[in-house]
Design a protein. Sequence first.
Length: 708
Amino acid sequence: MGSRALAAALAAAFVASAFAARSGTDQVATALVLAVATAVSGGVCAWHFARGGSLAGGRALLAALGVWASLVAVSLVWSANPDGSLQAAGRSLAYIAVAAAGVCVARSAPNRADALASAVFLGGVVVCAYGLAARVWPASLGADELGAIANRLGQPFGYWNALGGAAAMTAVAGIWWTTRPTLSARAGAIGFVGTGIALLAGLLTQSRGAVLALAFALAVWWWAIPRRLATLAALAVAALAVAPVATWALSKPAFTERAATLAQREAVAAEFGWATLATVFLLAIAGALFARRASGRLPTIALTRKLERSAAIATVALCAGLGLALAVKAGAVTGVIEQRVDELVSERAPQPAEGASRLVATSSTRSAYWREAVELFRERPLLGWGADSFEIVRLRHRHGPLGARHAHGFFAQQLADLGLAGVLVALAAFAASLPALVAPLRRRAVRASAVTGLRDRLASEDAIAARAALALVVVAFGVQSLLDWTWYVPALALPALFAAGFLAGAREPRRHYRVAGGRAPLLAAACATLATLFSVWTLLEPAYALHTSERARAALADAQPQTALRLARRAADHDPLALDPLLVAARAQTALGATTAARRTLVAAVERHPQDPRAWIALARFEAGPGLRPDRALAAVRAALWLDPEGREAKDLYLAARARLRIACALAGGSDTSENGARRPAGRAGASANLRWARWACAHGAAKAARD
């Protein structure tokens, strides 16, 4: 496959994963995307092994990822959220398969780094352009953003930080694209336009993590790659072009006011569209002119050293000036720093307002999530609570009704989920990938004596820069993952892991394939195929169970309890670790009048998921209603309140259960209730009629609570 075909295929995969899996919150769609990625990656690996290829260069990285995936899978034994841990195991297997495919591609075609960097850039430009277009046509393309808790750019992911991460990765690849010495006028126009679109989309997401990741990656690029003059020119032109549009947009309520209406967005949609189109036109002209002047011109070694020396002097002077300013205003600067640090770690600090001021604010809800992760780590420091259990076990430690599925930080998530073991394995994976990321950044401009001819020198220098761009794409993804849960977004994680695998495999010198003799290559290909099938099965089984559970809920809503029960049992067969099929089955059994079977199902749900308040709430609601035992309901809801003290549903159910129990005791003939909810009969002679009224009152109260 040629470079252009490979770039087009990978860019299409990037875009497809962004639109299909979105931010990764839709578990069924995400599982399907990961399954397809796993199947394709497994096919690449099997083909590579069948030809006699190896994983040289990538063994350390894949081994570290394999240990981490094994730990995720083993955590099913002690997990507080076994179904989530099963899904995490499938996701980790998919990530290993994609990284292994990157290694195999590098072993087969180590000179395809430019195709990979081009795929990240072109695919990212399409994604970012769609995000901008969603504000030009908000009724059709941006309908999912209406009523969101934050009015920030987020399509097609539906999550602003995910689009910010895509914009950061795209801008890094765009800098490589626009600074190539062999750039044509058309490619220059595409490069400048794409980089400008990425910068504009990143600014309008107001994602501080993405801005930090981009700034860090560009700083490393500036330090390591001798294209400083071209980099400065490209960045300056793109930034100056998009700055007026971004400033104007961030001053409008349609881009900054929470839960903005469709009318507010449509009021500025045309202006924003024309301003963006004018910016694209100007960037295209600037890119074409830039490419014509710079094409085929590589600075001499003497000029390169002079520019590097000038850049170093300018950097030292800038640092000295900043140091002098800090020394003059030490008190004021110290106060500002202390204030920013307090805002960062304080849960009571006011949340930053939407708009340009958000980009320089430090307060956020992450301090609460990170505190919860640390408290969970202290409870189980060695192995944690099980992969992807943070969403459930954090409820005991939250100080308000704010919900969160993730700890908004990779290492914070590992602390809570897998404890010290998970953090150490993650650090081992980072250490295994570090040599591959650092190697292209250590390479300076190719010496004139090393390569004969200008064309060969340009090609060699561009190959080094392409690998450096891939390394910095991975770095940008990693930096943002430290501050957010973009690790769970397939459209961001898959390209980064593929690039990391490619860089690891490209480090080792390529050897010609030996003639495939014997059974070893076929055996390796067969093992890769079996591993791929197992990984796909691990991904699809929970997804099918979840989809079937949703169909069962729909059947219940259509008053078809028998169909709902059949579908719920089928879902439980495919994923015995899931809680949803048990809850749906209990509701269906209750609708069919099988209260004993429903109670048995809910008791099994509580026994399998004792840390999940949803199971206890379902049991309490059943006991207060069809079970006609408000005393048992009170005991169950107390367990739910211990697991989630801030849960509104559990609080309401607790008050309702206490009220029903008092009514039942009064109507039953004066029986009283102990402090722990157990019923103390005060005499049953002649109280059968009262007892029937008590049962009716309990059932009536449960139905009313369910309606409320």
